[in-house]
Design a binder for this molecule. Structure first.
Ligand code: SF4
Length: 360
């Protein structure tokens, strides 16, 4: 091991926080296998040999979007190509209800920014699902959506979140963080929440007792410095206002986007990003290898690079698949269990808030 790597190892074993420079070193010079070993050690401190998964139903209410981010293959114009759709409240309810017999423990609702639907539409969907299925956790609406609801309703972010919590919102997903560099956001997604706004929504959610996740979209036009800065801003927010449950690195999938000239990230980059996020985000317990975007083979290897969660057996997912995710739209619980066992870990089904339902 190089001297710098030994210093970093020493810090990790003594629970000393890694610096910006350490993070940059790990990306630029760190040996992949040394890095994996450190991240795996850190993961064992947090969750032992458990690897978590949950069983959820993704409900994507609409793909009609006013934002039209350059990296997105899901959002379309209202009257444009790409099969614009919008679920009614009844359709969304029926779509969620149809998965209940499958044994789901979570409705996972994420959508585009629809130009006309009022905030009440979203409140009604959460209320109906929660009233009928009170035991199924509702994880819904990214910070970008919450910020948009505030704009279309005239309510403050706190009022929007409180209204949703009152009708059954249990927690928030982590999407829309992209990368915290507003110059990049101005180029790629100028019409939606900027970095400070995204962080502010999560800060308020945490203050209201709403747990959230966080993400980073990487492998587009950002630099390694941007990635490290992103980790540090998430880490700082978690220090100030705790509430992040899991970090989910999302590799950019260029297919069907207006950035299709950019190559897909390499396996090395994906594994380094998982491992470095585990080491830099020392105050966020769970690092998720989101198999839908990473692909099952890399997600499986990521379990040896610091990831302790492999997301759900998702009953159907549209957003990543619009961008050409080559994975199945949902896989069975049996397949997830087999995949985790093959890696030498204990498949552990969890609910949304990481309460263990059953270890296999
Ligand atoms: S990433 Fe979200 S906000 Fe941006 S175009 Fe896609 S659906 Fe709309």
């Amino acid at each position: 091991m190089e001297k710098k790597m030994l210093e970093i190892q020493e810090k990790i074993k003594n629970n000393i926080r890694l610096s910006r420079e350490d993070g940059l070193y790990l990306y630029n010079s760190g040996d992949l296998l040394d890095l994996g070993e450190l991240a795996r050690w850190k993961k064992f401190q947090v969750s032992g040999r458990n690897v978590f998964f949950n069983v959820n139903r993704h409900i994507n209410l609409t793909n009609i979007c006013v934002s039209r981010c350059k990296f997105c293959a899901f959002g379309v114009d209202e009257n444009g190509k790409g099969g614009p759709y919008l679920m009614s409240v009844d359709e969304a309810f029926d779509y969620g209800a149809a998965a209940v017999d499958y044994g789901i423990t979570e409705f996972h609702i994420v959508s585009a920014l629809h130009p006309h639907m009022p905030f009440d539409y979203y409140v009604d969907i959460v209320r109906r699902l929660h009233e009928t299925f009170p035991d199924i956790h509702i994880q819904a609406f990214t910070a970008v959506e919450i910020f948009y609801f505030s704009q279309i309703s005239g309510l403050s972010i706190r009022e929007v979140l409180s209204a949703l919590k009152a009708v059954g919102l249990g927690s928030m997903p982590g999407g829309g963080a992209e990368v915290f560099n507003d110059d990049i956001r101005q180029k790629l997604c100028p019409r939606k929440a900027m970095s400070d706004e995204w962080l502010e929504v999560h800060r308020i959610a945490h203050e209201l007792g709403i747990k959230t996740n966080c993400t980073m979209l990487y492998g587009h036009i950002e630099t390694i410095e941007d990635r490290i800065n992103h980790f540090i801003r998430l880490r700082n927010l978690e220090d100030e206002t705790p509430g992040f449950q899991a970090f989910i690195p999302l590799p950019f999938l260029p297919e069907n986007t207006s950035l299709s000239h950019i190559s897909r990230t390499s396996a090395i980059d994906d594994l380094k990003t998982i491992a470095i996020s585990r080491l830099m985000l020392d105050n966020i317990d769970h690092i998720k290898a989101f198999w839908i975007m990473l692909g099952l083979p890399i997600a499986q290897i990521a379990l040896d690079f610091g990831a302790d969660d492999i997301d759900g057996t998702v009953v159907e997912e549209r957003i990543m698949h619009a961008a050409g995710a080559p994975t199945e739209k949902g896989i069975s619980k049996e397949k997830i269990i087999k995949l985790i066992k093959e890696s030498g870990y204990i498949p552990t089904e969890r609910d949304t808030l990481y309460k263990v339902i059953r270890a296999y």
